[in-house]
Ligand binder design. Sequence first.
Ligand code: FPP
Ligand code: MG
Length: 340
Amino acid sequence: MKANTSAFLQSSLENNLDLNTIYIQITHELRKVENLLKEMINSSNPLINEIGNYLFRKSGKRIRPALLLLCSKLLGYKGTQDILFSALIEAIHTASLIHDDIVDNSELRRGQPTVHAKWGPNITVLLGDYLYIRTIDQALKNSSRKILEVLTEVTTEMVEGEITEYYHSGNLALKEEQYFDIIKKKTASLFRATCQISSLLAESNEQVEFQLAEFGLNLGMAFQIVDDLLDFTGDEDRLGKPALSDLREGRVTLPLIFTLQEGNSHLKSKVTGYFQNKGHSEGLRNEILEIVTKNGALKYAMAKAREFGERSKKLILDFPASIYRDSLVLFTDFLLNRDF
Ligand code: FPP
Ligand code: MG
């Protein structure tokens, strides 16, 4: 790794790794993505405008747009369609989150009340539909059939992942393989599609398309495992959402699967109690946290996330050296080590 490390990579690693540094090559494009996102919810209906403005007022980390932009630049893409597709991918992600917050009964996102907490679930479902169908409409008008297929197929996969996760709520016998399959579908598939679209825009050969898609898939797996870990360890203010909310909703994630596989019946009864009282017991919550911390489950989950992250880095380091390749390596490290 050291032999491949460029000056940019080296100095960024020595200093504090932050998103602004990683995004430095694409700040101009990201600004345009923000404008396109605002246009997408521009409507003659005042309620759509009101909720849309609320939704995009506080921007998230914009991980998927940054990934698409950096990957297309890595491949030498010189057009401007990467900006449009970055916005479309972010719009799909946003639509999925507002639906997900209803499914997960989440009241807070990015430090502010979720759309359904403010406007109720009925209008929120419709707003998600609106955003999604406007995305597909834009894609229809601007893309090849292949890209359109990638977008519709990935959404189908995400919905399947979300439904499977919901179906398994409260299932304390969930296996690691089943968990990996769920997060692959609900999260990693969109990371994969994001990278694949950049290679389709750049008209890369099939080998490059596959390699970049695999990079995205592994990165998405690492991302979601860390997301699930932060549910146990994260600071609520920093995360902008309450801790242990997966558990409150009966979502069985990797740290819990690891602990339950060890045959920890003590934990089983604590978790069942926590599910039953919908996360209202502070005492139970602390006990569960103590058990998963002590038995090494958090370390185990982090090691798994690193495995996926290392696979990503290996795949990306196979591309010719460039500032974009360095940024993608740093991005992987950032996503692994983030605390929000
Ligand atoms: C967040 O997971 C949710 C997802 C990654 C995907 C949700 C997908 C859908 C609702 C289906 C797609 C729908 C449309 C309209 C495109 P999480 O609950 O683990 O993360 P969180 O803690 O941030 O909520
Ligand atoms: Mg959720």
